[in-house]
Write a protein that binds this ligand. Structure first.
Ligand code: AMP
Length: 279
């Protein structure tokens, strides 16, 4: 496995692979890797010849400077994990490498940009799509792998790919959970023992809604999920919604549309998100 820090070095390394018509996969991450990230690497390996994993804590997608500052960066551990997973290249650029000059970025991501996470983290998806476009330009992958864990993010990236007419495939991969149901996240290390326990209500509420979806009506399911979360100490709910997977607009009726339940909440000082597809 090679660790590369510059776009020029990365392009040089990948060029002969492209000429040999090898399929290149990109797995973008912000590091602090866990089994969820490793699962993306594994799925990428099954679908491509070469897997590039990027580790870059992208400043433009953080709305809270404190969140950016305290984002975990265990780089040696990350490199060991990627080595063990059999990743081919790790791209770990500096902020200067990715943003050599001040830059304006604003593209039309559609109305869903402003819903859910977009409402609580203004401008977040502009920053996300800005860095992902730069990573796509640097790697020129045939496929890129993202986690369903960040459901809205996958949608925004698909919209960015459509906006620029990029020729690559975006693959959404299943959410990897701890044995007790908590969705794995780099932010989980900030949870105290009590927070860790309280955080379980998020996956439990989602699971309740998924288990009862065919029998229950949407308003009753939402009411129950809200109650479960609001009754849990130390958990402050931002949203729990049942939405159309394409528009992310809330849905009151069951019908032909594919629906997803999405939740975001602050558990202690840590903001967590999770979701489950319902039909
Ligand atoms: P992050 O480092 O948090 O930006 O995540 C990098 C990629 O890993 C994103 O596509 C995430 O959606 C994905 N990811 C994060 N957590 C999980 C998880 N628990 N299961 C599967 N994928 C995940």
């Amino acid at each position: 496995m090679e660790v590369i820090n510059t776009i020029a070095a990365l392009k040089l390394l990948l060029q002969p692979r492209k000429l040999a018509k090898q399929k290149i996969a990109l797995v973008p991450t912000m590091g602090a890797l866990h089994k969820g990230h490793v699962s993306l690497i594994k799925i990428a390996q099954q679908n491509a010849d070469i897997v590039v994993c990027s580790i870059f804590v992208n400043p433009t997608q953080f709305t809270d400077p404190k969140d950016l500052e305290k984002y975990p960066r265990p780089l040696e551990h990350d490199i060991e994990m990627l080595q063990a997973a059999g990743c081919d290249y790790v791209f770990m650029p500096s902020v200067q490498e990715m943003y050599p000059a001040p830059e304006e970025w604003h593209i039309d991501l559609g109305n869903a940009e402003f819903l859910l996470e977009g409402e609580f983290r203004k401008g977040h998806y502009q920053g996300v799509t800005q860095i992902v476009k730069k990573l796509f330009d640097a790697v020129d992958p045939d496929l890129a792998f993202f986690g369903q864990k960040d459901f809205q993010q996958v949608l925004m990236i698909r919209n960015m790919v459509a906006y620029f007419g990029l020729d690559l495939q975006i693959i959404s991969c299943p959410i990897i959970r701890e044995d007790d149901g908590l969705a794995m996240s780099s932010r989980n290390i900030h949870l105290s023992a009590a927070d860790r326990q309280n955080a379980l209500v998020l996956s439990r509420a989602l699971q309740y809604v998924q288990d009862n979806f065919s029998a229950g009506n949407i308003n009753d399911l939402l009411e129950k999920a809200h109650r479960m979360i609001n009754e849990t100490e130390g958990v402050q709910l931002d949203y729990f919604t049942i939405a159309d997977t394409e528009t992310l607009l809330p849905e009151q009726q069951k019908g032909v549309k594919k629906l997803v339940a999405l939740v975001a909440a602050k558990v202690g000082e840590t903001r967590l998100i999770d979701n489950m597809i319902l039909n």
